[in-house]
Write a protein that binds this ligand. Structure first.
Ligand code: MN
Ligand code: MN
Length: 297
């Protein structure tokens, strides 16, 4: 069966990617020593809306040993220092997503900052219908290994579903023998992570990002208000505590978590003292290769 890559859903993936490429650049340009994390996250999220998209998830700002799922708290006063900074940003148009990440290195480790980008280009070069996801992982691992760093092996690329940030297939960041074959029309995010640490992240204590698991009824007023906003606005996409309009958002989220209506995403991090870098693009698999929706224009 042939896939029509001009179908509306692909046009929306492309439109999301075009907005995202612009916002990624403008956001990275604002990152500097002394600049506020919250200001940068809100700049990106507002800019996405101005350009006609919606944030697909809270802007992730991961510092040094952090790899993913960090976003500013409400009233966060943190500022950037001489650090390794990963910005991971997503846009959706009617639930069709684009997902991208870039490392801004203020720490003076240019090789570590560069490695995931080169690994990503090597991965993009080999993507075509019929390639196994394990072969993509092998390309990524080989480039990062060549730099003398480790890929983070328990973070992976992924498919992008309708209103779903992470769907099958996983795209590993190392060679694996069991993989699945990509097909024309698959829309996937490829996201190599490199580290001077061991290459395996674990959960930290901070949680600022959540997502809905199921709808349900709650008695507490603030929890009910929060749930109404989540169902209406974010559906099954991840959201930030700071996006909730209800007073006492922390308590509301705790109630919703207790009833297993939402779950949190703890920050994922390497050992303290290590650095992690990341680069990510979204691609659509085509007849003869792939189209990168989040490429700089
Ligand atoms: Mn991402
Ligand atoms: Mn991703």
């Amino acid at each position: 069966m042939s896939v029509d890559l001009s179908a509306e859903k692909y046009e929306k993936h492309r439109q999301a990617g075009e907005i995202l490429a612009q916002v990624r650049q403008e956001t990275a340009d604002r990152v500097d020593v002394g600049v506020s994390h919250l200001e940068v996250a809100e700049f990106a999220e507002d800019r996405i809306r101005e350009l006609g998209g919606e944030p697909a998830f809270p802007v992730n700002i991961s510092i040094d040993h952090e790899a993913a799922h960090a976003t500013p708290a409400p009233n966060d006063e943190s500022t950037f220092g001489e650090e390794m900074i990963n910005l991971d940003i997503g846009v959706h148009i009617d639930g069709w997503l684009a997902d991208t990440a870039i490392t801004v290195d203020l720490s003076g480790n240019p090789e570590l900052a560069e490695a995931p980008g080169e690994a990503l280009e090597a991965a993009i070069d080999v993507i075509e219908p019929g390639i196994e996801t394990g072969e993509i992982g092998a390309e990524i691992e080989s480039v990062i290994d060549g730099y003398g760093f480790n890929p983070v092996v328990n973070l992976t690329g992924h498919g992008l579903g309708h209103w779903e940030q992470h769907t099958a297939p996983n795209i590993p960041n190392r060679a694996v023998s069991q993989g699945v074959e990509l097909e024309v029309g698959d829309t996937v995010a490829i996201e190599p992570f490199a580290t001077d640490g061991g290459g395996k992240v674990s959960e930290g204590a901070d949680v600022e990002i959540y997502a809905l698991d199921r709808e349900g009824s709650v008695r507490n007023r603030q929890a009910r208000e929060a749930l109404e906003q989540i169902v209406e606005e974010f559906k099954t996409l991840p959201f930030a505590r700071r996006w909730l309009e209800t007073s006492r958002a922390k308590m509301a989220l705790r109630r919703l978590e207790q009833q297993e209506i939402v779950h949190g995403y703890p920050v994922l991090q390497e050992e303290e003292g290590c650095l992690v870098s990341q680069k990510e693009h979204t691609v659509i698999v085509t007849e003869d290769g792939c189209e990168v929706t989040t490429r700089d224009r």
